[in-house]
Design a protein around this ligand. Structure first.
Ligand code: ARG
Length: 574
């Protein structure tokens, strides 16, 4: 158990229980001590007692002698707790001896489906897809590390009326030319040209309509052409995923089209439950509590008046499949904020239909926008959307330049590898370190800076520690070393190290990678002041030196593990 907060919390709970059962001690980190507990205030009010006296009583009843050096009442009835140095050193020794660095596997592992990235076939992956892909990847890695069974599903947009137009455009271009264009990743040009031709030609519009009918009817030749479009697009998405270094692969693609065979059953189920209402020829469900601006009930359209199924029907089928067939206990949708109402309605209807039982959670893990320097949506100078591949290539180039400026001395192949880790890491970290519900400005200078809350800063802090070990010619610290925690810098670093498990817990509770980022940044700055103020290799004696080396090594391990859970690699030297 490396979570000191949890230990103190449990001891206080036991003490509160002897006065009244089930009281939350309301424990928080504090500036004055290590923690402050505010629970006595609320309880005193309820019992009509003096809060300071009650706090004293809790202290008297709590067994804290082995873990705290100072426990005192402050202010109106807070309890301030300072952890004992001996307890800290014992805890950090346990953490150092644990491959998982004190992160216990979840006692209640759960099957979690995570729906993320989800670009659309024959459309470019632009910067808007960065957040969903990167946040989804970080959550996938972290939930898996926490012991859950994570199923990745890439809900690629591969179906719908535009495919009539796209297939006809493919036919007009000739398959070979079309494939050549798509395989170099010029998806936007393909889509744009298709659209222009379509808009200009009523015959093409007619052909496209017929083509959609053929596609929906399962015409073999049409399906074959459709598969060409899908395969070329997915190959291109994979190239982007490869550059980004995310876990998504071919087998994770469960596109909208894969739910086609289940859509009739969705309508049948809803009908049997009496939930379907016909509205202007369309089949709809009206989940309670959803209204438009005029206060009229808002429908979720399950089947359009032309008999076709849309985005909502597919998402209903997906919920039904994920819970019914896959046995998901939790479904996470990492999708942009504008789709909030869509998901609320889909979840509501799925609950009404019984596909989403009360004990299965569905969460829209929403995210905001990436903005340009003008605080508008990020665009190129000429005003077009920025391709994600180009952005990633530029990141690596800029990292190379930054390394040259800093005169990083590495051989060419290692240099290229490090530039990739730095550049891609910088882009990902800038995204992950911003609260996902907030917009952020895409700023090359800031994200590639070697100071501040950036990937290069954390990667550098890690590499610097590794270099201490290279210089000392010690590979690893003797695992039996028990750190001595005496001076204030050692103490601060120890407390910071022990914050790892709670930080990871906070990230998973709210699906906010930014919490882990903030923690890692705090750890790195705490290490920096430790290293500047406390001699490590020149420590006064061997025991102190080993102890400090242990703290340093543990810092490097936490940084490496923490960053890897965010999908960011750490070079050993840079
Ligand atoms: N392809 C969709 C879009 O680009 C995102 C899909 C998100 N996932 C889902 N299950 N609806 O907007």
């Amino acid at each position: 158990m490396a979570d000191t907060r949890a230990v103190v919390d449990a001891r206080l709970r036991t003490a509160f229980d002897t006065i009244e059962e089930g009281v939350d001690p309301v424990l928080r980190p504090s500036d004055r001590a290590d923690f402050q507990a505010n629970g006595a205030l609320g309880l005193a009010k309820r019992l009509g007692r003096n809060p300071r006296e009650l706090a004293e009583e809790v202290i008297a009843r709590a067994e804290l002698a082995d873990i705290c050096s100072v426990v005192e009442v402050s202010g109106p009835g807070f309890i301030n707790l300072t952890l004992a140095d001996g307890f800290l050193s014992a805890q950090v020794a346990v953490m150092a001896g644990d491959e998982r660095l004190g992160i216990e596997a979840a006692p209640d592992p759960s099957k979690i489906v995570i729906d993320y990235s989800a670009p659309n076939v024959a459309k470019e992956m632009h910067v808007g897809h960065l957040r969903g892909t990167v946040i989804g990847d970080a959550l996938t890695r972290t939930l898996a590390f926490a012991g859950h069974e994570v199923i990745r599903e890439n809900h690629v947009g591969d179906w719908g009326t535009p495919f009539g137009m796209l297939i006809e455009h493919l036919v007009d271009l000739g398959e070979e030319t079309a494939v050549a264009e798509l395989s170099v990743g010029d998806l936007d040009a393909f889509y744009r040209d298709a659209r222009t031709a379509y808009d200009a030609s009523p015959t093409l519009q007619e052909r496209s309509r017929n083509r959609v009918v053929l596609l929906q009817g399962g015409d073999e030749d049409t399906l074959r052409l459709w598969r060409v479009l899908v395969a070329e697009s997915v190959a291109y998405f994979n190239e982007v995923y490869g550059k980004l270094g995310v876990l998504l692969e071919d087998s994770d693609v469960v596109g909208e089209s894969s739910y086609n065979p289940m859509l009739d059953a969705v309508v049948e189920d809803l009908g049997e439950r009496g939930l379907l209402v016909e509205n202007d020829g369309a089949l709809c469900v009206f989940p309670p509590g959803f209204t438009n601006r005029e206060g009229e009930p808002l429908p979720l359209i399950v089947r359009k008046s032309d008999g076709g199924y849309g985005y909502a029907a597919t998402d209903l089928a997906a919920v039904r499949d994920r819970v019914g067939r896959l046995g998901a206990r939790r479904i996470l949708y990492v999708v942009g904020a504008p789709q909030a109402q869509h998901f609320e309605m889909v979840f509501a209807v799925a609950r009404m239909a019984g596909w989403l039982p009360d004990d299965v959670e569905a969460v829209h893990v929403s995210f905001a926008n990436v903005l340009g320097p003008d605080h508008k949506m990020l665009k190129t100078r000429s005003g077009s959307t920025i391709k994600l591949v180009e952005l990633l290539d530029e990141a690596v180039e800029r990292a190379e330049t930054a390394m040259a400026e800093r005169q990083v001395d590495l051989d060419p192949s290692e240099r290229a590898h490090v530039a990739r880790l730095l550049g891609i890491g910088a882009v990902k970290y800038a995204d992950l370190s911003t609260d996902r519900t907030r917009d952020y400005v895409f700023d090359w200078e800031r994200m590639l800076a070697f100071d501040g809350n950036t990937a290069p800063y954390l990667q550098y802090a890690h590499a610097r520690i590794r270099s201490i070990f290279r210089r000392s010619e010690i590979d690893h610290v003797d695992p039996a070393t028990v750190p001595v925690v005496t001076d204030p810098f050692e103490r601060a670093l120890t407390v910071a190290l022990l914050g790892f498990a709670p930080a990871l817990g906070a990230m998973l509770e709210t699906y906010s990678p930014s919490k882990l980022c903030a923690y890692l940044y705090d750890l790195a700055t705490t290490f920096t002041s430790f290293y500047e103020n406390t001699p490590v290799l020149r420590a006064p004696d061997e025991a102190t030196r080993n102890s400090r080396l242990l703290l340093a090594e543990l810092t490097a391990r936490v940084l490496a593990l923490g960053l890897s859970l965010l999908g960011i690699g750490v070079p050993d030297r840079m």
